[in-house]
Design a protein around this ligand. Structure first.
Ligand code: EPZ
Length: 420
């Protein structure tokens, strides 16, 4: 176990490089195993969740080689032979459920533990399961397991009840090798869905419409290996932009797709932060204390739920009161920890009322999930005094060496390993 010890009050300055997208990498690593030959992925972030999905694939017979020094991964699905995903690994991460789509597509059989709830509230997979059944799979839920079987999946039209990144991705994986054409209606439009479609088409899939809410997948008999570079992590980019804003800094955030972070840029500009855009990077310059801005999370291209917590940390030191509404998950638990640093925030059902204070004060706090950990780290950067953040493994699940990157921008952060 380790913790981060942060001395606040230092404006961040300099250039920081965004890593490859965690949520894209998780989908593409599973998708790569659909091929009957090796795939080489570039810009793979060296993060805990990425390694977990690799371990799960290895347990199913897939050859997976990570090269963290080069942010590369080689995945060879030709030896895929197991249909039972191990509970011990699947329970760690909800995206593990993507192997259900892979196994049904490749083997016609899948036994995958249902993902549990997490600090974001209950996170069902009913849309995924309904989609598999629509594709012709017999699905049985018992003992915390989803058992699914289909001689061969058959393309069909599927309406996904609400915008769901995971269900869209899982059904794209399953449908890519099905008999006939599948149409996903009300599909998610996130950049990670588009990245997956481009990657799968490079493997020989026939997918059209990704990025819109109707995706057409014409099943093909097999997929072959290819080489691909994963898009940058738009949530890390937004987190780093907010870090610059909350510390009164001046930071170049490198390797960004500007339209992937459009909503976050607009919110920051409305809060009085200067954001200059170039084709592959953003220059973020704080202009004194931020102004309070209302925000509401929404599916892409709206303001992403994964930036809600870092943004509330920024608003907790803004001038005025902001109303932040969370429409995707139940994820305000971190507010109790921000309050311990002097934040003045009231949470009423899905809404946080954030009354900005001049200054937060450092305190020992606990990260309960990935983005909550990031929010507490950003709050610590801005607070006066010392903040000790435990639960750092949450941050390491989805950010590649975030503390090192912030230290290179001038932040005073120590990673202290605590005796187990
Ligand atoms: C993905 O989660 C991301 N995770 C999340 O990022 C992100 O916050 C979320 O999409 C945004 O929508 C990965 O990509 C690995 P959803 P996912 O299906 O797919 C409900 C992070 O920090 N729903 O889009 O699980 C669900 O409860 C993580 O990187 C059902 O009801 O999210 C939620 O309210 C956190 N039934 C809404 O839909 C289902 O079958 C959107 O969830 C599926 C989802």
């Amino acid at each position: 176990m380790s913790k981060l010890v942060v001395e606040g009050g230092v404006p961040l300055h300099g250039h920081v490089q965004v890593s490859g997208g965690k949520n894209s990498a998780l989908a593409l690593i599973v998708a790569a195993a659909l091929a009957e030959g090796p795939c080489l992925l570039h810009n793979v972030p060296d993060e805990i969740d990425v390694h977990t999905i690799g371990e799960i694939l290895r347990a199913l017979g897939v050859k997976v080689e990570f090269r963290p020094d080069r942010n590369e991964a080689v995945i060879d699905g030709s030896t895929l032979n197991g249909f039972q995903a191990p509970y011990e690994l699947v329970r760690r991460m909800r995206a593990s459920f993507y192997v259900a789509g892979l196994l049904l597509a490749r083997l016609g059989k899948a036994e995958v533990p249902l993902p549990g709830g997490c600090s974001l509230g209950s996170r069902p997979v009913d849309f995924h399961i309904k989609g598999f059944q629509a594709l012709g799979a017999e699905v049985n839920i018992a003992h915390g397991l989803m058992q699914a079987e289909a001689r061969r999946l058959t393309g069909t039209k599927i309406f996904i009840n609400r915008s769901s990144v995971g269900a869209t991705i899982n059904l794209m994986l399953a449908a890519s090798l099905a008999e006939g054409t599948t149409v996903l209606e009300n599909a998610a439009k996130e950049p990670e869905v588009v990245d997956l479609a481009i990657f799968l088409n490079g493997m020989g899939a026939k997918i059209r419409g990704a990025g819109t809410n109707v995706i057409k997948i014409e099943g093909v008999p097999r997929l072959s290996g290819t080489e691909y570079t994963i898009i940058p992590d738009r949530i890390e980019a937004g987190t780093l932009m907010i870090a610059a804003a909350i510390t009164g800094g001046d930071v170049w955030v490198e390797d960004v797709v500007p339209e992937h972070v459009r909503a976050a840029v607009l919110n920051l500009q409305e809060a009085g932060v200067k954001v200059e855009e170039e084709p592959t990077r953003l220059h973020v310059v704080a202009q004194g204390r931020p102004r309070a801005v209302d925000a509401e999370t929404a599916p892409y291209p709206g303001f992403p739920t994964d930036l809600q917590q870092p943004f509330v940390a920024l608003m907790s030191v803004a001038e005025g009161t902001s109303i932040v509404r969370e429409t995707i998950f139940d994820r305000f638990r971190y507010v109790d920890e921000l309050r311990r640093m002097g934040a003045d925030i009231k949470v009423e059902r899905d809404t946080a009322i954030v009354r900005g204070v001049e200054r937060l004060t450092g305190a020992p706090v606990e990260a309960t999930d990935l983005r909550a950990g990031a929010a507490l780290l950003l709050a610590g950067l801005a607070a006066s005094g010392t903040t000790e953040i435990s639960g750092v493994e949450h941050i390491d699940r989805g950010y590649e060496r975030l503390d090192e990157k912030l230290r290179c921008l001038g932040a005073r952060i120590q990673r202290v390993v605590e005796p187990a």
